[in-house]
Design a protein around this ligand. Sequence first.
Ligand code: AMP
Length: 406
Amino acid sequence: MSEAASTSEPTSTDPVLPGATIGILGSGQLGRMIAIAARRMGYRVHTLSPESDSPTGHVADREIVAAYDDVEAVKRFAADVDVITLEFENISAACVDAASPIAPVRPKGSVLHTTQNRLREKTFLADHGFPVAPFRHIKSRDELAAAVEEIGTPAVLKTAGFGYDGKGQVRIASVDDVDGAWTSMAGQDAVLEAFIDFDLELSVVAARGLAGDFAHYGAVENKHSNHILDVTTAPADVSGAVNVTAVNLTRKVFEALDVVGVACVEYFLDRGNNLIINEIAPRVHNSGHFTFDACVTSQFEQQVRAVCGLPLGSTDQPRPAAMANLLGDLWENGEPDWAAALAIPEVKLHLYGKQEARPGRKMGHLTAVADTREQAVERVVEGRRGLGAERLFLNTNDRTNALPKT
Ligand code: AMP
């Protein structure tokens, strides 16, 4: 994305008030939940994506079906809205460049440019002094062999671009894995990273307003299964010092990128209690879904407030909370037993209205609040078990299983 994308954006700080129209690029579940929050506040919502009958389209006033690089369609979309935000970061430069002279795009194009490519993101973070795993840019098999020597094993090889479907990342246990790992990159530029022997995976979801105001939801703990987020627990079971460090790092990342809106910084907490940034998502995030039911202001309402230039809301979370994802695998034997999950009165069901349940596809989630974080996790896991999920979600944090990024 050209730097011109960020410099040509309108700089007005006038608030976009309820009654106005918010444009959302992307039409998945994240856009749906932003749209629900926006409509509750009296905004109109338009969404643009290549999909029809989409999760966001179901709750938007208007669903525009067009490719992101259909510049004429993007310009018409921009002309009909007062501000544009996104729920999907792999928006092309052409799209942002077409839209931003017509309506402000928040977060701006340069934020997307940096975060939609692992190499650019890691280089940006390292250049600004943020803690990242040692990494090298890899363009050939020989460079990979040399970098494996330098960084050591185990290591993880990842495609530099986030958007490449199917060939995501592969673990390198020894030099014998170099040839196979390089072949699996299919000629793509890649990044070799040292493998972090982490204790926990954490994330901080936060928001930054037009005037640089900042609000955060604290560090939460994420457990993955097959590289897909499985369960989030909020707050994370970490010391106050780790929480403060994670929040401060997050604030500094937002400032360095000049983010407007909600974004998420994901961390590894290593065995020595050091925080290492894994990646940045410049949008509302799966690990912030609990905020819908557990916080005074959800990440989705916060996104609306931030991109509309309104004051940020309270992020207070009166009670511990947990969230469990519902993947398409759950539909293997037919429609899940929703009533069984809802038989736990504290469990809240969120479904995204997706018509086709495919394995690994995020179809919905459960949240619960409780007196303790353990009890909150128990409730969502128990609720999911009621759906017939025992077998499918082992809640293992399988770090040896190198699957493509999802
Ligand atoms: P990513 O797509 O980069 O977010 O990686 C997905 C998951 O793979 C992470 O949440 C970790 O569980 C694991 N992973 C990725 N990179 C590393 C690393 N350098 N060290 C250890 N685990 C990693």
